[in-house]
Design a protein around this ligand. Structure first.
Ligand SMILES: [Zn+2]
Length: 451
């Protein structure tokens, strides 16, 4: 078979390469699933050209923490605190989710992510009510065409048993799931373990779960430092005392971790996923961005849930930046001073959404930047549109101005999933309708049982 080749021509390439920001008029040659050349004025025969005139050509955005199964419940938790969310989503809705609901949620969520320029997502799937649920979640990811880490979580059958100081170990079905669906690391979807950790399960259980993840050779993700749970359980310190910290551990949020905790995480090469909007809404605490960067902790961003906010990473980039600035400005104001300089910049955030995200998921050899030899996960942002034009600063366009309708093209592993502003996926309307009907049905059951 002939090699499939695309030449992305005439755009402004915006990426980090070996740690440095590159912003230049360059062409990008894609052969099969990889980037084979990036240079000025590439000209070769027998290639399909994609015009990037007036566009930013960027690495695909990376969402390092998201519960995709909840995608059909937009607005259900827009006014909920963390405890209301735990009881409402995990307590009421999760037990009523069938495998088909999980499939539809994952497919819808992955497609809306792709539409907004997200090419990789960590799907933190705590809806493993049965093996059929797991199969459905995985199929939803594969059918969407997105690159994903499927975080095999716990059942959503009882929030009380599984999420409040749980005494139940992680299901050992993880072994069968890995064997059955994830025999190769070269697939677009690979596996991780999504465990409760010391804030949601007993410490001994957290230890067992981490050891299981290591036995399976998987990245292990858990929520940490969420509001009062941080100081109450001292999770990072406890894991350190047990000698369990390591670079295979990914932590979500970390809002109420101490400087000593963050320092420990950085020392052990652990990674952090910051999801600012949900953290601010649900009372987890202020986003820890500035402190984490100060400690050189590897950080990525995440949407977390779309039950209370949009599914694009642009909004998370903007919120991360401005929340950190608010924290720094307030600190100064409290001392009776005005901040003289903004120490966190748009480029810090763009980095977190791209190469930082790749590092957070342990995928930096494959994705996160536009460099020769890496996977062709590329997005193009049309900067000639109302709302972003005229753009004088491509980085700020990405972080502060762009939205999903500005995403012209999305390519994942050399496959085009969006082009000319239109998704290639054909039956979106039917999918949305089915999601809506099924979600309505579940929410109706809850209203009936609670009235
Ligand atoms: Zn989460």
């Amino acid at each position: 078979m002939n090699t499939r080749k695309f030449l992305i021509k005439g755009g402004t390439v915006l990426t980090f390469q070996k740690g440095s920001l590159v912003c230049d008029a360059l062409d990008v040659l894609v052969e099969d699933d990889k980037i084979s050349n990036i240079a000025k004025n590439i000209s070769i025969p027998d290639v399909e050209e994609i015009s990037a005139d007036g566009m930013i050509v960027s690495p695909g955005l990376i969402d390092t923490h998201r519960h995709l199964w909840e995608s059909a419940f937009k607005g259900a938790a827009s006014n909920w605190t963390l405890m209301e969310y735990l009881n409402g989503m995990l307590g009421d809705i999760a037990p009523k989710m069938g495998p088909l609901d999980v499939y539809l949620g994952n497919l819808l969520g992955a497609l809306e992510a792709v539409n907004s320029g997200i090419t990789t997502v960590f799907d933190w799937s705590h809806i493993m009510n049965s093996d059929e649920h797991a199969e459905a979640a995985i199929k939803g990811l594969f059918d969407s065409g997105i690159r994903a880490k499927f975080g095999y979580g716990t059942p959503g059958t009882s929030v009380w048993e599984w999420f409040y100081e749980s005494k139940k170990p992680h299901p050992i079905n993880a072994y069968d799931i890995k064997k059955k669906y994830f025999s190769s690391e070269n697939e677009l979807v690979t596996m991780a373990l999504a465990i409760r950790g010391p804030e949601y399960s007993e410490l001994e259980i957290a230890k067992q779960d981490i050891l299981m993840g290591r036995d399976l050779d998987l990245q292990i993700s858990m929520h940490i430092g969420g509001g009062v749970f941080g100081p109450k359980y001292m999770g990072v310190q406890k894991l350190d005392q047990l000698g369990l910290l390591g670079p295979d551990l990914n932590f979500a949020h970390g809002n109420t971790l101490s400087d000593a905790d963050l320092c420990l995480l950085a020392d052990y090469g652990c990674t952090l996923s910051i999801t600012p909007e949900m953290e601010l809404q649900m009372g987890l605490g202020l986003p820890v961005t500035g402190k984490a960067l100060k400690h050189n902790l590897t950080c990525g961003l995440g949407v977390d849930v779309v039950t209370g906010t949009s599914g694009n990473l642009f909004d998370q980039m903007k919120t991360t930046l401005q929340a950190e600035r608010a924290i720094q400005n307030e600190r100064c104001y409290q001392k009776g001073e005005m901040l003289q300089q903004l120490t966190i910049q748009d480029r810090d955030i763009f980095k977190m959404a791209t190469i930082g995200g790749a590092k957070t998921l342990g995928l930096e050899d494959k994705i996160g930047s536009l460099e020769v030899g890496k996977q062709a996960d590329i997005i193009m942002i049309d900067v000639q549109k109302l709302g972003v034009a005229p753009s004088h600063n491509p980085v700020s366009t990405m972080v502060l101005y762009a939205k999903e309708h500005d995403v012209d093209t999305v390519m994942i592993a050399g496959n085009i999933l969006k082009r000319g502003g239109k998704m290639v996926y054909q039956t979106t309307d039917e999918l949305i309708l089915e999601c809506q009907m099924n979600a309505n049905e579940i929410m109706k059951q809850i209203t009936v049982s609670s009235s």
